[in-house]
Structure formats: C-alpha cells, structure tokens
Ligand binder design. Structure first.
Ligand code: NAD
Length: 435
C-alpha cells in the first residue's frame, strides 16, 4: 500500500516506521525542516526503544522516506494518516490549528482519490470537519473518504505497543474505507474494533479519561492510607486481584503527566461543556492530579520545616521512564515549588535533560550521573522510575550524602528492601522508614 503520514512526532514517526516495516511504501511529511533532515540521515529525533534500528532498516530497504514537500510526499498515495499535534487550547479544549493547516496542505496538493485517516486525538465530530475542510480547499477533482484510527501507544514502549497493542480501533461511516484500513491493519495481527467515526473518536478520549481516573483514584487511596496507617502496596495488591478492577494502573505516585492524559482529560470536560453536560468525576480527577504533584514537597517541608539553603538532588525529570518527553512532567511543578521555597536543585535524567532545559528555570544545575546529583545533597527525591535510578544502590546515597534522606515519588522499592539500608525513606501511601 502507498501511504503518507503527516507529522513525524511520537505518533506519526512510529506509525510511519512500523507501517513501512510491514512492507508498505511510506512517505512521512513534516513542516519541521530540521527534524526531516535528521530523519533523512536515519537518525531518530526522539528517544524510543527499537525505533532507530527500524528507521534505518526501512530507509535502506527503500520503504521509507521523509520530506517537507506535500506535493512530492502525496504523489500516488492511497492512504494519508494525519498525526499532527492537538495541544490543549487556552480554554482546555483541543487546539486544532495544526490539524486545520495539515488539511489545507493536503487538499492543495492532492491529485488522486485517497482515504484520509486521523491518528491524532481529536474531539468527537472533528473527522467530519476534516472532510469539510479538505473538500473546501481541493484544487483537483478527487474523492476523499475519511476514517479515524486513534492511537493507543505509550511513549517509552511505542514500537512494542504498535506491534503488540491490545486492540486497533478503526472508525468510518464508509464501508470501503473500513475495508482498506482493515487490510492494512490485519498485518499487525491484533484484535480490530470496527465502528463508526464518532464512536472511534470517543473510544480514545474515554480510554484516556478512564486511565487518568484510575491513577487519581489510587493516589487518593494512597494519601488516605498514609493518614490511617495502611500500606497502599498491600491495598493495591488486594484490590487488583479482583478481575473486575485489574492490577495495572494502580501504582500510587505524584500524579500523571505527559502529552496525553492532562490535555485529553481537559478536552473531554470541554466536550462535555459544549454538549451542556457536566462531568464532575473528570473535573475532580484533574484537580486531584494537580494536588498530587504537591505531595512530595509537602512531605519534605513537614520533615525539614524549610529547604532554604538546602541542595535537593532530583532524580528523574521525564514524565515517565524510557522517554525524553518533558510535556506536563510533574517534575516541572515539583522543581518550581522547591525553588520558590529557596532550595538549590541538582537534577539528573538519563534522557530528558536537554528537553528539560527548555521548560525548567535556568537556575537549576544538571548532573551527568546519579552519583554527581546526590553528591553533597541534603535531600534526594525520585520523580521518574528509570531502571538506572531503581538500581542505584542505597549504600551510594550513604556514601555521597551526609545524611541520606530519600523521598520517592514513584514508590520504586518494596519497603522490605529499604529497611536496614541505612537511609531515611519517605514514599507515597506507605509508612516512612527512619534510620
Ligand atoms: P508531537 O508534537 O510529538 O508531533 C507532532 C508533529 O507534527 C511535529 O513533528 C510537528 O512538526 C508536525 N506538524 C505540525 N503541523 C504540521 C503540518 N501542518 N504538517 C506536517 N507536520 C506538522 O505529537 P505526538 O505526541 O506525536 O501526538 C500527535 C497526536 O497523537 C496528538 O493528537 C496526540 O494527542 C496523539 N497521541 C499521542 C500519543 C503520545 O504518546 N505522544 C499517544 C496517543 C495519541
């Protein structure tokens, strides 16, 4: 199949690379010239396991190429995937500026009939608007069919998820579009849900809203467990064994972040407002998540009274491990609060430090290793559960810190492992351990 993918971010690039690996002829189009020139050299601009290898392999095989030129990129394509960003607008709704611009460029350069597939997460009804927008700008007599194929990959395991996801959702009101997309996706050998356009759009938002709710719920239970002397590890284990609840997404911590949950939950609330329907559950999920980002600083201030003139080693900056993405990372608000309270920050992240410099205050220092970050620090806090951070031996905290006090915002260690380690340890929803 001849395929074009518009946008080479986390979703577009992974989609393009994986579709080319299945033997499709794929051209990825992006307006970012620097990104496209990096990609043309076979270098991935993002940190994703397995992506560089597949990228190079398929460029070499001649299955995959990149361009900034819509005309060149769309020639002879049968299917066009739209995977541009849909960031949060000022009022919480999804900002569709990039979608609109992509539609205009597609329409003005389209020379043959195509199926347009939206991968970007868009409010219900957007695909119908996409069709209208493209039709209004068309310069040639061509027929377009529209489909929605929302993306469920997780950053950090995006390639794996594309080939091993739980399901693929395809929505269209056109039988032939459903059939063609069914054929393309059959090669992934995953369960396929075929539905109408609006239901496909809604499945994506409802899924993310539910996952965010599960996180805020377990965090609320963790905060209560702390107050009443329960241990959230045991509570989550006992809950998760109930198949109706399920054991995943029951890890208490300092809240969700990233490019999807924060904006998608707010977008659903905004869709509700437009439909004159209040969504009190989700509104509270969003508020609870904002509050949760503050719990680690509250704990530090309860323990130390003040952090003025104290050095805090921040271990992990990315919104989750195995990605360099800093979008809405809880580390941003934790660090801002600590700076406001007068602390000095020495931060370490194995992949996200470069992106962090663009969103964090310039007053923080970056360390090249965990050792360097904790060396001489008064307090250490874990904000991202990177493997290297989880494997950093407790003795090293003792070796590098005068008084090793560790605040773990991601509950990285079973309490049994920390007891007798010689460090003071505070986590979320579990009793603290003192030396
Ligand atoms: P991103 O910001 O990483 O990438 C978007 C890309 O689109 C950028 O490279 C940008 O230069 C390009 N672009 C913008 N306007 C363009 C245009 N007119 N023509 C061509 N290229 C253009 O975004 P992302 O994280 O890949 O997310 C894309 C969409 O997928 C969003 O709607 C998001 O909600 C959704 N989504 C993201 C994830 C995720 O984990 N990142 C998961 C599922 C769904």
């Amino acid at each position: 199949m001849e395929i074009a993918v518009i946008g080479t971010g986390y979703v577009g690039l992974v989609t393009g690379v994986c579709l080319s690996d299945l033997g499709n002829q794929v051209t990825c189009i992006d307006i970012d010239e620097e990104k496209v020139s990096t990609l043309k050299k076979g270098t991935s601009p993002i940190y994703e396991e397995g992506l560089p290898e597949l990228l190079q392999k398929n460029i070499e095989k001649g299955h995959l190429n990149f361009t900034t030129d819509y005309k060149e990129g769309l020639v002879g394509k049968q299917v066009i995937y739209i995977a541009v960003g849909t960031p949060q607008g000022e009022d919480g709704s999804a900002d569709l500026t990039f979608i609109h611009a992509a539609c205009e460029s597609i329409a003005k350069n389209l020379e043959n009939d195509v199926i347009i597939v939206t991968k970007s997460t868009v409010p219900v009804g957007t695909n119908e608007q996409i069709k209208d927008t493209i039709q209004s700008y068309l310069t040639n007599e061509v027929t377009i069919k529209i489909a929605s194929n929302p993306e469920f990959l997780r950053q950090g395991s995006a390639v794996h998820d594309t080939f091993h996801g739980d399901r693929i959702v395809i929505g269209s009101d056109d039988e032939q579009a459903l059939e063609v997309l069914g054929k393309i996706n059959a090669d992934f050998h995953l369960p396929i849900v075929k539905t109408d356009l609006r239901s496909a759009e809604m499945i994506k938002y409802a899924s993310n809203a539910f996952l965010a709710t599960k996180i805020s719920f377990i965090n609320e239970m963790a905060n209560l467990s702390e107050k009443i002397g329960a241990n959230i590890d045991h509570v989550a284990k006992g809950m998760g064994m109930d198949k109706r609840i399920g054991s995943t997404f029951l890890n208490a911590g300092i809240g969700y972040g990233g490019s999807c949950f924060p904006k998608d939950t707010r977008a659903v609330i905004s869709i509700g407002k437009q439909a004159a329907y209040d969504m009190p559950i989700l509104e509270n999920v969003v508020d609870a998540n904002e509050r949760q980002k503050g719990v680690i600083v509250d704990k530090i201030l309860r323990r130390f009274d003040t952090v003025k003139e104290k050095t805090v080693a921040v271990l992990g900056l990315a919104f989750k491990p195995n990605t360099d993405d800093m979008r809405e990372a809880p580390s941003i608000s934790v660090i801002e609060k600590l700076l406001e309270e007068g602390a000095s920050i020495k931060a370490y992240d194995p992949a996200a430090s470069r992106n962090a410099t663009t969103v964090l205050p310039t007053t923080i220092n970056y360390a090249a290793s965990i050792e360097e970050a904790v060396d001489g620090a008064d307090i250490a806090i874990i904000l991202t559960e990177w493997k290297g951070i989880k494997e950093f031996p407790f003795e090293k905290y003792e070796e590098h810190m005068a008084e090793p006090v560790l605040f773990d915002g991601r509950n990285c260690f079973p309490l049994e492992d920390v007891r007798n380690s010689g460090i003071e340890y505070h986590s979320i929803g579990r009793p603290s351990i003192y030396t």
